[in-house]
Design a protein around this ligand. Structure first.
Ligand code: TRP
Length: 452
């Protein structure tokens, strides 16, 4: 076991707030503002939201605590951490490997979508005008033009690489402190506008919070679970890595609750805002990945660039604080275990991820996947979110519950009290069983269910 002497060379968050900001920054991103509303629309609303909330509480929160415990205990990257807590040749290091692969693939398509957000900063400056169809057409134009998609993907990946080369801690702490509260305030303003001043507010609330279980499919349940992992940055060692830069004194339970709460709050606010617009302007809730880019600009055509420019700047920033956590996981392995320099690791891995992302940036490159022709973006998204992250999470949870020594856990948790016993009980039985069942259900393999 390593001790805290490593801490000084690896660097630490400056303050407790520093960790919370960085972890919240990792969690809040495109997952909340782009993905949550769009998949909620696709999977039919309220019932999906309810399952997602259950997953956050019963699976996400305990797992976040588990990842933070491993990270802070070992002060290592995901592969090194499993080795340190078990032994050098431990099979559990595969969990770390799976995480690094997930981070690699997620970042490749994440950067493409974040690129769209940056493109929309510039579209906002010009302003949106014309009919709803014309405004929506701008999005189609962007995604079907490989030249622009690749250009913006290049810009975003370049920014991510530059920040990770600089070492993530100083920059993130400073900027997050200013920009995250601004994003919150702007979203709050837009939500209040949607609720109070449009005709869509009431309908949005009932769409999101009145569950209609007849609309819930096996795939919907699997996606709700996958999304809980995605939005909380779990299942691939990102929280583990951020936890490894955490100081001992802080209370990791409180921090995990804060991060999960803020993340969920932002997602729900984004959902209310976007569906108010969808219902107000009679748009299609199940429009898919283009949803925010095709609905908010219809509103922005009336409000003008004063609202839309800041909105897309803040969205891009939120994406950036998430993408650096994805790249940091991949890079920290090569720095810690292979002794590469930060510069070399970031440039090589970042470059490979960038190239892989081009597959997702070119919408016309399609493959047969689950019975239909789909772009690479959707394929990578589906496989990582719905299978790789839940499997990574399942393994992490089993490891902490059954393999990690009791002494290590208790010391990280801070006590052996009732809360600790409850957490271990969840991690031993409830969380792994729930994840396992949902994965089987998603594969339509549960024996007692009837699948069409
Ligand atoms: N949570 C981020 C979002 O919602 C995305 C993200 C960052 C992520 N780091 C991650 C997802 C690690 C899974 C794993 O946009």
């Amino acid at each position: 076991m390593s001790d805290n002497s490593q801490t000084s060379t690896r660097g630490n968050w400056g303050t407790r707030v520093g960790f919370v900001l960085a972890a919240t920054g990792s969690a809040i991103g495109l997952g909340n503002i782009w993905k949550f509303p769009y998949i909620t629309g696709v999977y039919g609303g309220g019932a999906f939201v309810l399952v997602y909330l259950f997953c956050v509480l019963l699976i996400g929160l305990p797992l976040m605590i588990a990842e933070l415990m491993i990270g802070r205990r070992t002060q290592k990257n995901p592969v090194g951490a499993f080795k340190a807590l078990h032994h050098e040749k431990s099979i559990w290091q595969m969990t770390g490997w799976l995480g690094i692969a997930s981070g690699f693939l997620i970042l490749s398509f994440y950067s493409v979508v974040a690129g769209w957000a940056i493109a929309y900063i510039f579209k906002s400056i010009v302003g949106f005008s014309g009919t709803t169809e014309m405004i929506q057409g701008q999005f189609i134009e962007l995604v079907t033009s490989p030249k622009s998609s690749i250009l913006w993907h290049t810009v975003f990946m370049g920014l991510t690489i530059a920040i990770v080369i600089g070492g993530i801690k100083k920059g993130i702490e400073r900027w997050s402190k200013i920009l995250m509260p601004l994003l919150f305030a702007l979203l709050l303003g837009l939500m209040i506008y949607g609720l109070a001043f449009t005709h869509g507010g009431v309908q949005a609330l009932s769409f999101l919070f009145k569950p209609d279980f007849s609309k819930l499919t096996a795939e919907g349940i699997l996606s709700a679970l996958g999304h809980a992992f995605f939005t909380l940055s779990l299942g691939m060692g990102a929280m583990l890595t951020y936890g490894s830069y955490m100081k001992r004194e802080t209370n990791l339970i409180k921090d995990a609750i804060t991060v999960s709460f803020l993340d969920t709050l932002i997602a729900l606010m984004a959902g209310v805002t976007i569906f108010s617009m969808v219902f107000n302007y009679n748009l299609e809730p199940a429009a898919g990945p283009g949803l925010i880019f095709q609905t908010l600009p219809v509103l922005f055509a009336q409000t003008g660039p004063w609202i839309s420019v800041p909105f897309f700047i803040l969205l891009s920033f939120a994406a950036l604080t998430s993408s650096i956590s994805l790249l940091e996981v991949v890079v920290s392995y090569f720095i810690d275990e292979r002794k590469w320099s930060r510069m070399k690791a970031t440039l090589i891995l970042g470059g490979m991820i960038y190239l892989t992302g081009i597959l997702s940036a070119v919408a016309s490159w399609q493959v047969m996947f689950r019975g239909k022709e789909q772009g690479w973006l959707d394929v990578f998204d589906f496989v990582t979110t719905n299978y790789m992250l839940p499997i990574g999470g399942l393994l992490t949870c089993i490891f902490v519950a059954w393999v990690m020594p009791d002494k290590d856990k208790v010391e990280e948790f801070g006590s052996r009290g009732i809360m600790y016993q409850g957490l271990i009980l969840l991690l031993r039985f409830v969380t792994p069983l729930a994840v396992f069942i949902v994965i089987l259900h998603g594969l339509e393999l549960l024996p007692f269910m009837e699948y069409k």
